[in-house]
Design a protein around this ligand. Structure first.
Ligand code: CA
Length: 238
């Protein structure tokens, strides 16, 4: 299997830690393009053509980011995503063609961190990868988030209010996490919809309102998740 070493064509020393991208893509032209752009940016790229091979690879070496195509021979990208998430929190960036988007399920629901629609700009893809890796570092640094009497443990996906565990749906949990991570900032409904449900989610912004209401009710956060009229929501630190 081809596994490209990092290109040293620039000859420039950087302080960046080496990062390894696992690229799962069966189309040669797209795979070559993606590999080239990541390698130029000093990523090590491991390129595999099927999910089955990729899952084995993930178990055998440290991967910092997975770039995952949906249309693959054998198990498809959604299934690969699901299987990765059952055992690893490695960031996953999905490559999506519009006609591959099933109606009800999206990569986000399976735990993907972001996606780009084909045809995509490889520069944008690499930029998204950097954004995910930055977020990932912050996430690792802050496994426990707090807002008032509410504590969120991301690795366990558990929320507690006054030391009592509170059952949240996945979307409620994700929404709460995004709000606390961005405490002090106003987040628009569109931004929240995008962050939590993904841009292709067919719902409207009312979905956000409904979930916010649930979070406030379940966690007693009426005063700490505030509505910013005509804009969106903000978590406020006491
Ligand atoms: Ca494909």
């Amino acid at each position: 299997m081809p596994a490209a070493a990092p290109l040293s064509e620039s000859g420039v020393l950087t302080n960046r830690a080496p990062r390894t991208v696992l690229l799962i893509e069966d189309e040669e032209s797209i795979g070559n393009l993606v590999r080239t752009y990541f390698a130029r940016d000093e990523f090590t790229v491991v390129w595999l053509r099927s999910g089955e091979e990729a899952l084995l690879e993930l178990a055998s070496q440290k991967i910092d980011l997975v770039v995952l195509d949906i249309g693959l021979p054998g198990i498809d990208g959604f299934e690969v995503c699901r299987r990765i998430r059952s055992r690893s929190q490695v960031p996953i960036l999905m490559l999506t063609a519009r006609d591959e988007e099933p109606d009800r399920i999206t990569g986000f629901e399976l735990g993907a961190d972001d996606y780009v629609l084909k045809p995509f700009s490889p520069r944008e893809l690499v930029a998204r990868a950097h954004a995910i890796l930055r977020r990932g570092r912050q996430a690792a640094y802050q496994d426990v988030l707090r807002l008032g009497e509410v504590e969120v443990r991301r690795s366990e996906r558990v929320a507690r209010a006054d030391d009592q565990e509170v059952k949240l749906t996945n979307k409620e949990f994700d929404l709460l996490t995004v709000l606390i991570e961005n405490a002090g900032l106003v987040l628009t409904r569109e931004k929240l919809l995008d962050e939590v449900w993904g841009m292709t989610y067919p719902g409207d912004t009312r979905t956000v309102d409904v979930h916010i209401a649930q979070l406030r009710r379940k966690l007693g956060l009426q005063d700490l998740i505030v509505t910013v009229r005509g804009v969106g929501y903000k978590a406020v630190r006491e």
